[in-house]
Design a protein around this ligand. Structure first.
Ligand code: PGA
Length: 251
């Protein structure tokens, strides 16, 4: 199965109107629908409308960084999946480690958001990954499995035909420490093998992205691994030059 590489930019809480305009203009100019990789960006909510107006009809997709699992109602400050769909989003991140660590989202909360995203018609990008302490304690696979099981038990394996997984070791996010291609591949293979035991076709088609200090200089080696189907990129997605270096690293 040839899975098309996806290069996804998680802008986190960065940006301004002028930055969004110049970044997206740069990405449109430097990439194409015929390219070897798909491209997606995840702006903060205030910039989704601007992203939609610039990217509509182009080959670049966009998504939200999180969602509230309720469809609507008295949830001041929150944004629903329906609203993201209304802004033209195809994707939404769920369970990013910053949401888990800073905003207290539990595995169950993440499963609820995954489910709500799909109910709204979005394709969730489920982020999983271990902390440095967990890796050093030899718990990487157990942690990733626990995070996956919470979602699988809630929505079932079939739901993964409309989802993406991003393996992001917490110790590699924003630190400049990238997992080696072998370390990343080993966890990606573990994830795919786990899903293979539940549904071979879905596991084979599922895109599993790696995230954690991906940059132009390490992307090619990471994407060359058999079970790494792209990257979820933070810091290096904030300028067109850095992000396109990753896009252009796709063999
Ligand atoms: P980073 O962030 O590329 O800056 O390490 C990745 C992420 O948090 O998705």
């Amino acid at each position: 199965m040839m899975r098309k590489i996806l290069v996804a930019g998680n802008w986190k809480m960065h940006g301004s109107k002028s930055m969004v305009r110049s970044l997206l203009d740069g990405l449109l100019a430097g990439s194409s629908a015929q390219g070897k990789a798909d491209l997606a960006v995840f702006p903060s909510f205030p910039y989704l409308s601007l992203a939609e107006s610039i990217l509509s009809g182009s080959h670049i997709q966009w998504g939200g960084q999180t969602l509230n699992p309720n469809a609507q109602g008295a949830h001041t400050g929150e944004t629903s999946g329906n609203m993201l769909v209304d802004m033209g989003c195809r994707y939404v991140l769920v369970g990013h480690s910053e949401r888990r660590a800073i905003y207290g989202e539990s595995d169950e909360d993440v499963a609820t958001r995954f489910n709500a995203a799909q109910d709204a018609g979005l394709e969730p990008v489920l982020c999983v990954g271990e902390t440095l302490e967990e890796r050093e304690a030899g718990e990487t696979e157990a942690v990733v499995e626990r995070q996956l099981d919470a979602v699988i038990n809630r929505v079932g394996i079939d739901a993964f035909s409309r989802a993406i997984i991003a393996y992001e070791p917490v110790w590699a996010i924003g630190t400049g420490l990238t997992a080696s291609p072998e370390q990343a591949q080993s966890v990606h293979a573990f994830i795919r093998d786990k899903l293979l035991s539940l549904n071979g076709i879905i596991a084979d088609q599922l895109r599993i992205l790696y995230g954690g200090s991906v940059k132009g200089s390490n992307a090619a080696e990471l994407f060359a691994q058999g079970d790494i189907d792209g990257g979820l990129v933070g810091g290096a997605s904030l300028t067109a030059e850095d992000f396109l270096a990753i896009y252009n690293a796709v063999a």
